[in-house]
Ligand binder design. Structure first.
Ligand SMILES: *[C@@H]1O[C@H](CO)[C@@H](O)[C@H](O)[C@H]1NC(C)=O
Ligand SMILES: *[C@@H]1O[C@H](CO)[C@@H](O)[C@H](O)[C@H]1NC(C)=O
Ligand SMILES: *[C@@H]1O[C@H](CO)[C@@H](O)[C@H](O)[C@H]1NC(C)=O
Ligand SMILES: *[C@@H]1O[C@H](CO)[C@@H](O)[C@H](O)[C@H]1NC(C)=O
Ligand SMILES: *[C@@H]1O[C@H](CO)[C@@H](O)[C@H](O)[C@H]1NC(C)=O
Ligand SMILES: *[C@@H]1O[C@H](CO)[C@@H](O)[C@H](O)[C@H]1NC(C)=O
Ligand SMILES: *[C@@H]1O[C@H](CO)[C@@H](O)[C@H](O)[C@H]1NC(C)=O
Ligand SMILES: *[C@@H]1O[C@H](CO)[C@@H](O)[C@H](O)[C@H]1NC(C)=O
Ligand SMILES: *[C@@H]1O[C@H](CO)[C@@H](O)[C@H](O)[C@H]1NC(C)=O
Ligand SMILES: *[C@@H]1O[C@H](CO)[C@@H](O)[C@H](O)[C@H]1NC(C)=O
Ligand SMILES: *[C@@H]1O[C@H](CO)[C@@H](O)[C@H](O)[C@H]1NC(C)=O
Length: 369
């Protein structure tokens, strides 16, 4: 007869084994977990992370707001003190990324192109793609801007040329043309033929020719984390160079594209490489954050990102060195060199955190955090 005693000691025996194993797991679990995580995350052509990195499975949304200029007539008549704008939108697009031409190198890096697709989401949008938006004609303004330092004698000719095709510096088009389909402009066709400036576009649109383009964002060389796990996801080279167009530290190629990070909770800042503005942005820790039951840390752009060296000296390398360190007022970053010399500037929405000079010229802004 097997005594109840023996049974219980047998059970106790198993029990203590489990207790010991439990204790070992408690002590070593974080290390075991981390080792396994590391294994799954280091990017190789067979790792767990590969699939979700190659085709991002999480839906991302691009919200586009458009500013409709509502007092064009008064501006042209010279009776308007300010530009009056009305915010339209958001016009929402679902964005999906797909990595192509992925080549793993021997030194723990991988090169690839990022192909981006946008799909319009009418139910999430406020308004319709056929809404007609009046804004400044970017082509006329670009030509005028490029001429601003030219010899005086040239300017009346260019002015007359522009006036053949455009009555004024405004243009009205629907949202779909402004964003993805592009606005046709005869000036662009002719400029393409008669100038040496290489303009690769036949239309203007903020995202014209970008939907599904493999090469628009350029080639990336990214760290796979194989040599140094903490470097996972960091961009090493962009368009075959470890420098961008800006000088000093502003021209460094660094940061993550935002899709792959080494797990590191709570560092004071993270760096994002943004090919759209040909540079990186440093985001500052805001505090704890929870989403869908998962704890995290929130990072956000603060007043330092577009500061141009007023409050944060290290940002002065975004000023124009050629023109005697001509610095824009804080709150807008000059990305003209990233846009083939066209006058392009980025700021926070509604000039939030910017020098009051900017919003003082425009009626209809509402900068709130
Ligand atoms: C992964 O890469 C190795 C060589 O580095 C190759 O032999 C293997 O076929 C690749 N596997 C897949 C699934 O592409
Ligand atoms: C945009 O503003 C113009 C006036 O400049 C107006 O005629 C037009 O209706 C506005 N568009 C929309 C979609 O509200
Ligand atoms: C939708 O757009 C109109 C302007 O066209 C604006 O007045 C309204 O507040 C917007 N609604 C939402 C929910 O954003
Ligand atoms: C991607 O790879 C394919 C086949 O190897 C090649 O034909 C194509 O030119 C490459 N694309 C780019 C942008 O290099
Ligand atoms: C790794 O190799 C690539 C191309 O083979 C090269 O461009 C890059 O500079 C190398 N990176 C490092 C960190 O050595
Ligand atoms: C982008 O391209 C995809 C696939 O070619 C297409 O389904 C989608 O409608 C396009 N999006 C826009 C905004 O044109
Ligand atoms: C936008 O305008 C273009 C050119 O006028 C036209 O071909 C296109 O159908 C319009 N799109 C929408 C969504 O109204
Ligand atoms: C530009 O040049 C091409 C051929 O070089 C010609 O076919 C086209 O009509 C020209 N466009 C204009 C607007 O002159
Ligand atoms: C960038 O590349 C140049 C040569 O192409 C090299 O001399 C320099 O050390 C590289 N800088 C960094 C930070 O890797
Ligand atoms: C803004 O962010 C930068 C970069 O992370 C940081 O150095 C700076 O202290 C932050 N400023 C404020 C006021 O938090
Ligand atoms: C913006 O940058 C471009 C190219 O570096 C430069 O030519 C232009 O003068 C700058 N504009 C302003 C307003 O600083």
């Amino acid at each position: 007869m097997v005594s109840a005693n023996k049974k219980s000691s047998l059970c106790m025996g198993f029990g203590s084994v489990f207790v010991v194993m439990g204790a070992i797991s408690v002590v070593f679990w974080p290390a075991l977990f981390f080792a396994q995580l590391k294994n799954n995350m280091i990017l190789t052509n067979v790792s767990e992370s590969f699939g979700i990195w190659k085709e991002t499975p999480i839906p991302m949304y691009l919200e586009c707001f458009m500013w409709n200029i509502t007092n064009m007539r008064e501006i042209l008549a010279g009776t308007a003190a300010k530009v009056e704008v009305n915010q339209m939108g958001p016009y929402v697009y679902r964005e999906s990324h797909s990595k192509t031409n992925i080549t793993f190198k021997d030194n723990g890096t991988v090169s690839f192109f990022n192909q981006r697709f946008w799909h319009y989401e009418p139910e999430m949008s406020n308004g319709s793609l056929s809404d007609r938006i009046t804004s400044i004609n970017p082509i006329v303004v670009s030509i005028a801007y490029m001429m601003r330092n030219e010899r005086l004698i040239l300017r009346p000719g260019v002015d007359a040329f522009l006036r053949i095709f455009h009555r004024n510096m405004f243009v009205t088009a629907n949202v779909s043309s402004w964003l993805f389909d592009g606005i046709d402009d005869p000036v662009l066709d002719i400029a393409q033929n008669i100038t040496e400036i290489d303009i690769p576009y036949d239309k203007f649109g903020w995202f014209y020719d970008r939907n599904g383009s493999e090469t628009f964002d350029g080639q990336f060389l990214m760290d796979t984390g194989a040599n140094d796990f903490s470097q996972l996801g960091n961009i090493v080279k962009w368009r075959n160079s470890n420098r961008t167009l800006y000088r000093d530290q502003c021209g460094e190629v660094k940061g993550s594209t935002g899709e792959l990070w080494a797990p590191e909770l709570g560092q004071p800042e993270v760096t994002i490489f943004a090919p759209d503005i040909c540079t990186y942005m440093t985001l500052h820790k805001q505090g704890p954050y929870s989403t869908e039951g998962i704890d995290g840390v929130m990072y956000a752009a603060n007043d330092s990102v577009f500061d141009n060296g007023y409050k944060y000296g290290s940002m002065a390398c975004y000023c124009d060195e050629v023109r005697d360190n001509e610095c824009l007022r804080p709150g807008a970053l000059n990305v003209s060199s990233c846009r083939l010399g066209a006058p392009a500037f980025v700021s926070m929405p509604h000039f939030y955190n910017a020098d009051p000079y900017y919003p003082s010229k425009i009626e209809g802004l509402d900068p709130v955090p």
